[in-house]
Write a protein that binds this ligand. Structure first.
Ligand code: GTP
Ligand code: MG
Length: 453
């Protein structure tokens, strides 16, 4: 039993129960308005009634109740959900009465864990549930929904099938005693195909990281060019401090922003310039670090001051990376030749802005969105996207085992070795869908869930 809705006050608060005692407990708590008993409930249909304390009989709330008999329920067990008014005292009353009627509090993710243990979902799908709840952008949501629908599981399942056939052929050979090598060599195609598929899945890991952590967009430039002012406008808040003094931003400041359905993290950095103290020096070191690790770099220049060496260095050092150039302070008389900047920018977009008047900011938003899209072209494709580092880790071990298998096959090594490689690959794949997974890993996964899911 657990409250399934977020804490606080809301229109509706849901308490859900799952397990073999659900019918008995419901009978003790719920009175259908029409039948005056819980028996008036039709499975999977909402029934209006009231909840009562089992000891005193006192009413707690008017509720809608839905009874979902197993195995056709989320957990695969008998389940009931009470849709009550979403207030603290109401929900506390329902929880207290459920306990008195024989329920026990659920642990985090216990409903989904039971769904997994009862075969309603595999582990990758169960993990997609929490990803879906935590998703903050369309891309993340669609990837999680695809995984929940079994997209990744199907790809893993197909791999397991073909490797399973191969394993069976190898085991059969061992059984017939030909352990000194194969008379007729096994065809390498299934292993090569599997290696290709695993590599392809792993190639999508970068996209998955972007979905999970957001696209890192680092704004860099000299001090006082207006980096913080621009970011504040883009994220519509005064997240970074802005002052006329050079060296205002001394540490990196991160602000999340949704760029055309892709969640991004705009990173404001300490401006480049001669450091006046150890703090600024460390700030500049951090700026460089965030520039190196950025998915997208935004080079900000001040058009009201002549280009200097550090501007040119920055334009040059970001040339071969996904980056764009912003020429800020377009409201002031220009001392920078826009033509020269375009030339130094080469084929990168150059956007002229004024953080003071807001000119060019919409265009900058569009250009950022376009760059994000081009870095991350297929959030709505049909291919599974690897968003989970646990899955990536298991796939890397699968790949290593498959590569060993390929080598052993080519070298015509003793067939036992091949058999053990294929078994290792299958076992790593099984960790993803949960066929081969330890209790400890399950604990770790489900402890990230909220109570009530
Ligand atoms: N006229 C004009 N002033 C601007 C513009 N953008 C920023 N400023 C001013 O320039 C000064 C510096 O702006 P910031 O946004 O703090 O610049 P920064 O690049 O973050 O500076 P550091 O944090 O020191 O590296 C502030 O006084 C801003 O008001 C602009 O487009 N036009
Ligand atoms: Mg700043």
């Amino acid at each position: 039993m657990a409250i399934a809705t977020p804490p606080g006050e809301g229109a509706i608060g849901i308490v859900r129960l799952s397990g073999p005692a659900v019918r008995t407990i419901t009978k003790r708590l719920f009175r259908s308005r029409r039948a005056e008993t819980a028996e008036g409930m039709v499975p999977y249909r909402l029934t209006l009634g009231s909840l009562h304390d089992p000891d005193s009989g006192r009413a707690i709330d008017e509720v809608m109740t839905v009874f979902m008999p197993g195995p056709k329920s989320y957990t695969g067990e008998d389940m009931v959900e009470f849709q009550a008014h979403g207030g603290r005292a109401v929900l506390a009353g329902i929880v207290g009465s459920s306990l008195a009627a024989g329920a026990r509090p659920a642990s985090p993710g216990e409903f989904t864990r039971r769904a997994f243990l009862n075969g309603r979902l595999d582990l990758a799908q169960a993990e997609a549930v929490i990803d879906l709840i935590l998703s903050r952008s369309r891309g993340a949501r669609e990837a999680a929904l695809g995984q929940l629908g079994g997209r990744l599981s199907a790809a893993i399942g197909a791999l397991c099938d073909s490797l399973g056939d191969m394993a069976a052929a190898v085991e059969a050979t061992i059984e017939f005693g030909e352990d000194e090598g194969l008379e007729e060599p096994l065809p390498p195609a299934p292993i090569e195909n599997a290696i290709g598929t695993v590599r392809e899945l792993l190639a999508g890991e970068g996209e998955g990281r972007v979905l999970r952590e957001g696209l890192q967009v680092t704004f860099a430039g000299r001090t006082n060019v207006g980096k913080s002012s621009i970011i504040n406008i883009l994220v519509n808040s005064s997240r970074s401090i802005v002052t006329p003094h050079p060296g205002t931003t001394r540490d990196t400041v991160e602000s999340p922003l949704n760029l055309e359905g892709i969640s991004a993290l705009l990173i404001d950095t300490a401006g480049f310039g001669p450091p006046r103290d150890a703090v600024e020096e460390e700030g500049i070191r951090r700026s460089r670090e965030r520039l190196i690790t950025a998915d997208l770099a935004v080079v900000v220049l001040d058009s009201s001051e002549p280009l200097d060496e550090s501007d040119r260095d920055l334009l040059d050092s970001t040339r071969c990376r996904p980056s764009l150039v912003v020429l800020n302070k377009s409201d002031l008389p220009a001392l920078v030749d826009a033509g020269e900047v375009r030339q130094l920018a080469q084929d990168r977009p150059v956007v002229e802005t004024s953080a003071k008047t807001g000119a060019g900011l919409e265009e900058l938003r569009r250009v950022l969105g376009r760059s994000a899209r081009s870095l991350f072209p297929r959030p709505e494709g049909e291919d599974p996207i690897l968003t989970n580092s646990r899955h990536a880790d298991a796939l890397r071990r699968t790949l290593a085992a498959l590569e060993r298998a390929k080598e052993n096959l080519e070298r015509q090594s003793p067939i036992d070795m091949l058999a053990s490689d294929i078994r290792a690959a299958l076992s790593s794949l099984g960790e993803i869908t949960g066929e081969t997974v330890t209790e400890e890993i399950l604990d770790r996964i489900f402890s990230n869930f909220c109570v009530g899911k």
